[in-house]
Design a protein around this ligand. Sequence first.
Ligand SMILES: [Fe+2]
Length: 260
Amino acid sequence: MNNVKNKPKIVELKPGIFQIRAVRPGSHVYLIKGSWRNILIDTGMADNFSNLEASLAEVDLEIGQIDLIILTHEHFDHIGATSLCFDKVLVAAHRFAANKIQLQDEFVMMNKYFLESAKPFQADIWLEEGTIIDLGNYRLQVIHTPGHCSGSICLYEPNHRLLFTGDTVLAGGMISDICPSGSVSDYLSSLQTLRTLNVDEFYPGHGWISKSPAEDMSMAVERAQTLLEESKVLFEVLDTKATFERLFFAARKFALPKKE
Ligand SMILES: [Fe+2]
């Protein structure tokens, strides 16, 4: 544990469900010690890998005893440490996230932009809406929740009324940025789906856990609706062609044939 700067903060939220607190700017990591298998939900950044190992040691686990890592989406702050253990642990992500990870889609993952040092890796299992991951005492259902980015998922545990939300919705009804591959209209639709679930607590990738999910989900839906409406107004008043054309061409010009 030489590289661990501070004592790891690992907290048991429910029997066998632990939150490993984020080392910023990385995300929280959730550990579920299931009766059949152990899983991690996200891993945080590569620089935090020693903290992750130390946190697991607090509950008598090594990384090799984790059976599956499920990534909530493809962003650098949730997946970086996976690159240091994917040879020991199976990795699952929604197929839209898995594809970007496999092809190292830097425009979406944003490793370099945030100086994340993660190495390339692949997801072993490409998840779909409705996939069930059965841990014995907990059963997680994959809910595809595009919006923040296209490969975002939430993991729903209907029997215990729990939800792991990644960056899709945070406590207090906060929503995340619309990142490359994301869409505000998809975001709104995803939140409206989540609002229909029976949830007592939700566990986000950043910030506090939510103990008032119904109120928080309603606020999140309201915020996404406001964002959608305000963006319509914004696009009406902006000279959109002049503003966005440069950005689009800067991103795409490398792939386009040069004009004679
Ligand atoms: Fe994210």
